[in-house]
Design a protein around this ligand. Structure first.
Ligand code: HEC
Length: 134
């Protein structure tokens, strides 16, 4: 009886227990598969961080033609072509620019504070999930 009580309080067992729980949570596949919504997750970020320049008359809109007032505008892209390749965040210009994978000069939002890691991750997952108007 005594031995069992001692075993239960053993720090080693507690450590193993914690490691086991962490193991169950890794890799974080459940999170990666969690559907990302354009309406609830993506558009609110765009509305706060991008319209300043990406509405008609804005600097970004004038230079590139990218109008970020709607899903349709985002998917239409710039006058040079689309910025979102559904299913492929790696090659989508949108992701390249907000992640800062291109030159610092054209990181978006331009010359402003970078999006948070969380926001960047949402954009990546949304594009990889097909960039749907959901
Ligand atoms: C301070 C102004 C400004 C803000 C804010 C801004 N942009 Fe831009 N954006 C520009 C300009 C200007 C261009 C044209 C390219 C250039 O001159 O760098 C551009 C171009 C782009 C392009 C097209 C690049 C290409 O030709 O492939 C994308 C995509 C883009 N912006 C996304 C965004 C997103 C997403 C946000 C918000 C998170 C944002 N921008 C916020 C100014 C801005």
């Amino acid at each position: 009886m005594h031995a069992i009580t001692r075993l239960h309080r053993s720090p080693a067992l507690i450590a193993i227990g914690i490691l086991w729980i962490l193991g169950q949570m890794w890799p974080p596949t459940a999170l990666a598969k969690e559907p990302v919504s354009f309406k609830d997750d993506i558009f609110p970020i765009i509305q706060i961080r991008c319209p300043e320049c990406h509405i008609p008359g804005g600097e970004g809109s004038e230079k590139s033609g990218l109008d970020l007032r709607s899903y349709e505008g985002l998917m239409k892209g710039t006058k040079f072509g689309s910025v979102v390749v559904p299913g492929d965040a790696f090659t989508s210009n949108l992701n390249v620019l907000i992640e800062g994978r291109a030159s610092k000069e054209i990181q978006m939002p331009k010359h402003m504070k970078k999006l948070t890691t969380c926001d960047i991750d949402l954009f990546r997952r949304w594009v990889n999930q097909g960039a749907k108007n959901n």
